[in-house]
Design a protein around this ligand. Structure first.
Ligand code: 4NP
Length: 144
């Protein structure tokens, strides 16, 4: 595995955390893997990650504030070895776009569970859980 693309809905809450966590682990481990993230939707293209995602990552010494949202494109399915969906709805949308090199993050240690969509969370609560789940699954993914 040489390159990984994490995909959620907006590319402002969950997949930027996954990108940041993966990049930090890859730098530590010298895996030499390229990592990026994108959203299936276009609403937030060009935006920085949401403030709670930036905060929760910073609490773990990871800076994701410079990331900017982009929409996934079909060319990504050839560019990246693995496309990682953050939830089942993202998985279905990517499948419908023709993505075949597709996995679901929750399959790496969480029995296929969805990473909950924090966009409608009330405040910061819930983001630590999202972070913990993402970190654990990304670690497992990088072992494969
Ligand atoms: P994300 O969260 O998919 O984790 O980036 C969301 C961001 C925006 C929206 C939904 C989820 N939205 O509906 O705009």
């Amino acid at each position: 595995m040489k390159s990984i693309l994490f995909v959620c809905l907006g590319n402002i809450c969950r997949s930027p955390i996954a990108e940041g966590v993966a990049r930090a682990l890859i730098e530590e481990g010298g895996h030499g893997i390229t990592v990026d993230s994108a959203g299936t939707g276009s609403w937030h293209v060009g935006e920085a990650p949401c403030k709670h995602s930036v905060s929760v990552a910073r609490n773990h010494d990871i800076d994701i504030s410079h990331l900017r949202a982009r929409q996934v494109k079909k060319a990504d399915f050839n560019t990246f070895d693995v496309i990682v969906a953050l939830d089942q709805s993202n998985y279905r949308d990517l499948e419908a776009l023709g993505c075949r090199n597709l996995v679901k993050l929750g399959d790496y240690g969480y029995n296929g569970a969805d990473v909950p969509d924090p966009y409608f969370f009330d405040g910061f609560e819930g983001f630590e859980h999202v972070y913990t789940m993402i970190e654990s699954c990304v670690k497992e993914l990088l072992k494969r």
